[in-house]
Design a protein around this ligand. Structure first.
Ligand code: HEC
Length: 138
């Protein structure tokens, strides 16, 4: 419990220190759910709602549907592979990890273009929200 509190304190400090410039409103939106979620299988509803919004607004949905493969693998297929490998979607989105769902170079390049393009501009909280949404999508 102490450890959790410690991690949580560091985490809050990080959010506070880098969030100064942000409007109070935005902080409220992401801060509370992040505490509970941290990419846990069951995340706060707010977190999931934010993730769903981002998944649509950031065009992820145009290549990733819930059940069917279109341009990219379905959300369910992605989550299945990530669960099986105990891997982190957030780390993949941050560009820290190689693709594990589809490894065909052509496919990887399509997703990589998003990571290098606009995904790198998303905040850690936003990436966590997206991951939480994907894991809880039904
Ligand atoms: C232009 C189409 C396109 C868009 C837009 C797109 N993706 Fe992808 N995505 C792909 C393709 C193709 C793959 C398969 C290659 C791969 O697995 O890396 C993929 C794979 C993935 C994977 C699995 C990576 C792995 O380990 O193999 C995740 C997670 C993912 N996308 C999340 C997202 C999120 C979140 C967004 C929105 C921020 C997004 N994608 C937007 C095409 C897209």
């Amino acid at each position: 419990m102490k450890k959790i509190l410690f991690v949580f304190t560091i985490f809050s400090l990080a959010i506070i220190s880098c969030g100064e410039a942000k409007k109070e409103e935005v902080k409220k939106e992401v801060e509370a759910p992040v505490e509970a979620a941290k990419e846990a299988p069951v995340a706060g509803d707010d977190m999931i709602a934010l993730g769903e919004k981002l998944f649509t607004e950031k065009t992820c949905v145009s290549c990733h549907q819930l059940d069917a493969k279109i341009v990219g693998p379905s959300i369910k297929d992605i989550v299945k592979v990530y669960d099986q490998n105990d891997a982190s979607i957030v780390e993949f989105l941050k560009g820290d990890k190689e693709a594990i769902v589809e490894t065909d170079p052509g496919q990887v390049a399509i997703m990589k273009a998003n990571l290098d393009g606009f995904v790198k501009d998303l905040k850690e909280e936003e990436l966590k929200a997206i991951a939480a949404y994907m894991k809880n999508a039904k």
